[in-house]
Write a protein that binds this ligand. Sequence first.
Ligand code: BJW
Ligand code: ZN
Length: 241
Amino acid sequence: MPMATSTVNSIAVLTGAGISAESGVPTFRGKDGLWRNYRAEDLATPGAFRRDPRLVWEWYDWRRGLIGACEPNAAHHTLAEMESHFDEFSLITQNVDGLHNLAGSRAVLELHGNIWGLRCTAGCRPTWEDRTVPLATIPPRCPSCGALARPDVVWFGESLPSGVLDAAFSAARTCEVMLVIGTSALVNPAASLPLVALQRGAYVVEFNPQPTPLSDLADEIVRQPAAEALPGWWHAWQSEG
Ligand code: BJW
Ligand code: ZN
């Protein structure tokens, strides 16, 4: 346990695909991450989209269908509840599933975008949202200019939205406690956020049933599924005052 909750003003949380696993959203790496023998590294790239936009959109359409049927779990709900207990609470997510928002978290920093957003590849208009499942046409087109549309997410080799990334690093530098939940901690720059927090002296807790590169460095490790472990961990921490 970190120092008593009443003395902690600033907390940051970094989440990855594992927090949504118990809601039924597949993770990227590991046995559930496979789709038609492709890996995220082969589909979540600008090159894959250039080569075969239809294939990439079929993958996103399939995932949009799965995610649309999923609900936030006890771990998402616990984070939404925690938000009101601290002066500064930053929820940084690598997930594109929107489940933190559905659970009631406000001001979620979505590092990798949102799966319901679409963007014109010709850049003619702002991003728009389309929650149709399945999509009416694959690949979808921009309603304004007819160019190919793409998912409003961040692929390998692409920059993260700079305002969101700045806010995430700022939270990592200033937090006293950081919870790292359900991420393999392999994909940068997200994976460096806990390292920044550690360098600045924050108490870092990892929630993950499997070891990650962060495990040797974290102050506390909870080797259990997040939805099982987080509610109890939060209540235990609170009851310490
Ligand atoms: C549970 C659980 C339960 C299970 N409870 N836990 C060489 C070439 C090109 C780029 C690079 C390169 N070398 C390095 C790079 C940079 C690259 C990178 O980091 N690559 C590494 C993989 C090597 N990063 C980027 O390219 C980023 N951009 C960037 O750096 O720009 C500057 C730059 C440009 C060019 C070159 C170099 C730098 C962008 C990264 C974008 C990542 N995008 C994706 C797809 C998003 C859209 C979509 O969803 O489709 O983001 S990939 C995928 O991985 C997704 C995730 O957000 C991200 C992280 O995955 P996550 O969340 O950690 O999930 P998993 O599946 O990996 O892990 C789940 C964990 O949960 C596991 O540990 C389980 O044990 C655990 N778990 N059940 C708790 N119940
Ligand atoms: Zn357009």
